[in-house]
Design a protein around this ligand. Structure first.
Ligand code: AMP
Ligand code: GLY
Length: 425
């Protein structure tokens, strides 16, 4: 079977790497891909938001499965368009993808389904938004309704900051139509964790917990990024609590969407915050997290292709999804300057040496091939991921592998997993 993976990050390299382990997979296309996916399959220069071109590619290449890495193609209706052509797609339809594509939709579904989440108001009007901020006071969170490349959430420490955020979104249209509507919600505090489940519309299969590091700099300081590292499991969400967590934040959503005739199929990702009153859902994503995907797939024992078809066919209850008891830790190596501006085109060396280490896999993100070299082409360049018998061992091995890799102006956080280690000590 030929497979098409859509996307170009470390997550997509991990998806290609894992799918390629099934002997039924003859070849993998990745659109548009990166230097890492080019080692597993063939990159095709089609962007992840060009739905007609992706559908045409899948049809022309007689692809047996399309796997959507990022949310954008799903929100734009990739699954719907492929279904019309009779081509299986792993990922939810456009309606269900709104759980990520629209914060207002997502919060309303959470409220209707009885999922714990911060109290909120959806505002379509600037004056109303400002009045609500004045009424509630700071700290307060302002979220652009639509997709805003990870920049649409402002946790405001003062009313002025919140009003300015609303002004940028609703008046200045900093995020275009994504900010015409905003969600304003209570600011919560606590530690965050990610809980991902495979879903087939009705049944779910739990993946182990994981934790991302969104801040650019050590000690969780600096601007927010796509994620500077991740590990699994997250000690804040131990195995004994997975089932109750799924009951709290996965099952009600599946039931709610199924009742609407729009069953959720794919990966449902709950971004949780552990407040003093218990877990609260900050957001849903409708796909694997990047970089959470990399440690999660390092641990996944069950065949990924089999799981994906079970999700599509509504037969997930017939698959035993298991993960290795080991811990996995991924450290992101970025180009200095990220998430702001950064240089590109630096040659990366030491990749083979790091990859040759036992229990280590280097997933490439912002890379491309240049002749026989691999050079940087993005902000998050690599996610160096390692397995270990515990978190300390996985972390140590990941950093040992990082030491073997070089490119000019590289930057990485040296405190990935420290929070988890502290909780274990
Ligand atoms: P989201 O895209 O909704 O996950 O928001 C991105 C990040 O903003 C989250 O990972 C949190 O760190 C933060 N955040 C979102 N909602 C809240 C909230 N209600 N209170 C505090 N922080 C939040
Ligand atoms: N790592 C967070 C995300 O993928 O949204």
């Amino acid at each position: 079977m030929k497979i098409l993976v859509v996307g170009s990050g470390g997550r997509e390299h991990a998806l290609c790497w894992k799918l390629a382990q099934n002997p039924k997979v003859e070849s993998i296309l990745c659109a548009p891909g990166n230097g890492g996916t080019a080692q597993v399959g063939v990159n095709v220069a089609v962007k992840d938001d060009d739905i007609p071109a992706l559908v045409a590619l899948a049809r022309d290449e007689e692809v047996g499965l399309v796997v959507a890495g990022p949310e954008l193609p799903l929100v734009l209706g990739l699954e719907n368009a492929l279904r019309q052509e009779g081509i299986p797609c792993f990922g939810p339809n456009a309606f269900a993808a709104n759980l990520e594509g629209s914060k207002a939709f997502s919060k309303n579904v959470m409220a209707d389904a009885g999922v714990p989440t911060a109290p909120f108001r959806v505002c379509d009007d600037y004056e109303e938004a400002v009045a609500f901020i004045r009424e509630k006071g700071a700290p307060i969170v302002v979220k652009a309704d639509g997709l805003a490349a990870g920049k649409g959430v402002i946790v405001a420490k003062s009313e002025e900051e919140a009003v300015e955020a609303v002004h940028q979104m609703m008046v200045k249209k900093a995020f275009g139509s994504a900010g015409e509507r905003v969600v304003i919600e209570e600011a919560l505090s606590g530690e965050e964790a990610s809980f991902l489940c495979f879903c087939d519309g009705k049944n779910y299969a739990m993946l182990p917990s994981s934790q991302d590091h969104k801040a650019a700099y050590e000690g969780d300081t600096g601007p927010n990024t796509g994620g500077m590292g991740a590990y699994s499991p997250a000690p804040i969400l131990p195995k004994e609590q997975y089932e109750e967590t799924a009951e709290l934040c996965i099952k009600p959503i599946l039931r709610h969407l199924a009742a609407k005739g729009e069953p959720f199929k794919g990966v449902l990702y709950a971004g949780l915050m552990y407040t003093e009153n218990g877990p609260s859902v900050l957001e849903y994503n409708v796909r694997f997290g990047d970089p959470e995907c990399q440690p999660l797939l390092m641990r996944l024992e069950t065949d990924l292709l089999e799981i994906m078809f079970a999700c599509i066919d509504g037969k997930l209850d017939q698959v035993d999804v298991t993960s290795s008891p080991q811990t996995a830790c991924g450290v992101v190596m970025a180009a200095e300057g990220y998430p702001g501006s950064y240089p590109k085109g630096m040659e990366i060396t030491g990749l083979d040496e790091a990859d040759a280490m036992e229990g280590v896999k280097v997933f490439q993100a912002g890379t491309r091939t240049d002749g026989d070299k691999i050079v940087t082409s993005g902000g998050r360049v690599l996610c160096v991921t390692a397995l270990g018998d515990d978190l300390a061992a996985a972390r140590e091995r990941a950093y040992q592998a990082v030491e073997k890799i070089h490119f000019d102006n590289s930057y990485y956080r040296r405190d990935i997993a420290d929070k988890g280690l502290k909780r274990l000590s």
